[in-house]
Design a protein around this ligand. Structure first.
Ligand SMILES: Nc1ncnc2c1ncn2[C@@H]1O[C@H](COP(=O)(O)OP(=O)(O)OP(=O)(O)O)[C@@H](O)[C@H]1O
Ligand SMILES: [Mg+2]
Length: 373
């Protein structure tokens, strides 16, 4: 076989730094090269090796290098996997994200021309809207290792220890061409409680600022928070790219249902209806309801009806999805669902009758009853 020396060095380098992501990437390139040279068996054998999970870093000794909390000995940073499920984004978020990725990919050129920006991206918005998932996707599209730091886990009750933990993180990351994901950024603000000494918050904020400022231009930092208003303004400014992760709009909800419930088979009408009906739910809720429905269809004798899924949607609130059960709809369910489809999803009477499984006359009756109280 003929393989570039540069690929071999890259492979060895990744292996020596226990960078599985890198080993997979370079290994994949080598397999491709083999396939191009018609060594299909060799390529296949390599690919199957690459599918192995790799020794957990704890066992490899590499984890020793990860910074740890002095008291608990727990690692302060973990290496995340690149996500395998897609992310559905609305237009505006998608636009900023592509721009961010584009800038990150060409940071060398931008720096040369003197127009580089700090590669800091802040994702803010309610829980379950895909912030963590998106951060992983960005690491994947930049083909960089993905390091996750949950700021709440850095907070130590021991005086001075929190700032020390934060320094440990920032000293560790720049040595690896990585995406650093600072999750739960608002945890810092919560130091404003009585367990902590007054100066602690200020000291911790300063440590974070110094850490962010110490990173070289090419380190990608992604912060996430559910409470942007709690963030210190100076920290806020360190992230020039900002994306608000809102609850998904109708178009995005349709893709979520398509993906999680229908596995992208052609169910346009059903996903349109579910998209309209699920206004106010987040991506994680939709995923949860959809997977519950698929579990029921695998373990039960028959597929859950669209009505059962809609009823689960109807009784869910953002962050609190109601999973569906196998039981038949009773009269109360039918009435509830009728009103819901009529008022919230704007479904026509004939269609409601079909979905709920009652006559049109009955639908009219339910609607009248509701009107009169
Ligand atoms: N826009 C989306 N596209 C695809 N999947 C999504 C989306 N939003 C949520 N999900 C699903 O919900 C799961 C949870 O989302 P995630 O953990 O990324 O949310 P988060 O915004 O980080 O929430 P939190 O603020 O609670 O940390 C994801 O792993 C994914 O399966
Ligand atoms: Mg998250």
């Amino acid at each position: 076989m003929e393989v570039d020396k540069s690929l071999i060095s890259a492979l060895i380098e990744s292996a020596m730094s226990a960078d599985y992501t890198g080993v997979r990437r370079v290994g994949g390139q080598i397999a491709k090269r083999l396939a191009e040279q018609n060594d299909l068996e060799g390529a296949k054998a390599l690919q199957s090796l690459l599918r192995k999970r790799g020794v957990p870093l704890q066992a490899s000794g590499y984890a020793e290098a990860l910074p740890r909390d002095a008291g608990s000995r727990l690692p302060l940073i973990e290496e995340g996997q690149w996500p395998t499920t897609p992310i559905m984004l609305g237009g505006e978020a998608g636009h900023t994200i592509s721009q961010f990725i584009e800038d990150a990919k060409h940071i060398g050129l931008l720096a040369e021309k003197g127009v580089s920006a700090r590669l800091g991206l802040l994702l803010y918005g309610p829980p379950g809207t895909g912030k963590s998932l998106l951060a992983g996707h960005i690491a994947a599209s930049l083909k960089r290792p993905f390091y996750i730091v949950r700021l709440d886990s850095l907070i130590s009750s021991r005086l001075g220890e929190t700032a020390k933990n934060i320094r440990g993180i920032f000293e560790f990351v720049p040595t690896r061409n990585a995406v650093l994901f600072l999750d739960e950024m608002d945890a810092i603000a919560k130091l404003r409680d009585d367990r902590h000494e007054l100066g602690e918050l200020k000291r911790v904020v300063n440590t974070v600022l110094q850490g962010l400022d110490s990173l070289t231009d090419d380190v990608v930092t992604i912060g996430a928070t559910n409470h942007p208003h709690l963030l210190d303004p100076a920290i806020w400014r360190r992230f020039p790219y900002k994306v608000e992760m809102t609850l998904p709009e109708e178009e995005v909800r349709r893709s979520l249902w398509q993906h999680f419930l229908f596995q992208n088979s052609d169910k346009r009408e059903e996903s349109d209806l579910l998209a309209r009906a699920s206004d106010g739910l987040n991506g994680a809720d939709i995923e949860n309801i959809a997977l519950a429905a698929r579990r029921r269809s695998i373990l039960g004798n028959r597929e859950p009806s669209l009505a059962q899924i809609l009823l689960a949607v109807q009784s869910s609130r953002a962050g609190n999805p109601r999973l569906l059960t196998n039981r038949e709809l009773d009269t109360v369910d039918k009435k509830t669902l009728t009103l819901f489809l009529h008022d919230k999803a704007g479904v026509k009477v004939a269609d409601i009758a079909g979905i709920v499984g009652v006559s049109r006359q009955m639908v009219h009756r339910y609607l009248k009853e509701a009107e009169h109280g």
